[in-house]
Ligand binder design. Sequence first.
Ligand SMILES: C[S@@+](CC[C@H](N)C(=O)[O-])C[C@H]1O[C@@H](n2cnc3c(N)ncnc32)[C@H](O)[C@@H]1O
Length: 228
Amino acid sequence: MQIVNIFTTKGGNQANNEDLRLFFIQNLNYNTMQEQWDQRYSSEEFIYGIQANEFFKEQLNNLTEGEILLAGEGEGRNAVYAALQGFGVTAFDYSEQGKLKARKLANKHKVEIDYYVASAEEFTIEKKFDLIAIVYMHLPPSIRALAHKNLVKYLKPGGMIVIEVFSKKQVENTSGGPKSLDLLYSVEELKSDFEGLKIELLEQKEIELSEGPLHQGRANVIRAVFTV
Ligand SMILES: C[S@@+](CC[C@H](N)C(=O)[O-])C[C@H]1O[C@@H](n2cnc3c(N)ncnc32)[C@H](O)[C@@H]1O
């Protein structure tokens, strides 16, 4: 199957975009998406930059020590930041190339991160965490709830889940993220996925994104913090 980039940052003609959207709804499959991430991460450039996500940094300030898990961590910017703050850091992503980039960044900063190549709905580990972060890991509806619930198993008592993802409104923007509504999230979906946890924060926001070449400009996001 031909591989087409579904994460366009610039518009293009409406009819073509609609054709592409339908193409992907019909053909989305795991391997294709995984291959796309590997392809994107095979460049020298860190496509989401090397600075950690602002909301993640803010939430990490609430902890003085502990174990952090980063889900869908890609090139490692958040993991390396947390390790530099003295936290124990574990990360996973299904992209092998993401892991290689993260390793490179960690070596540059002389920090240790424990990084697994694994898919979110199958990830298992014999360890529990004080904070689990999901930063722009967008999953298809067929696995989203399952993968989110899977992560909850790895929270320590009192632990928290920190999330920044694009809302469905992001489909109108050109600042990055999936172009398919199915891969964009709603507040209701996250509320349901993390049912049983305490909602500390769950809000939709318009923010100015500046995270590497692929996340630039006005963006519609959901920020959430859930605790056990
Ligand atoms: C937009 S990038 C964000 C990377 C990183 N969290 C950051 O903020 O820089 C989304 C990441 O989610 C990963 N991802 C997508 N679906 C996944 C899945 N089912 N299991 C594991 N990782 C996944 C991709 O490989 C990619 O690295």
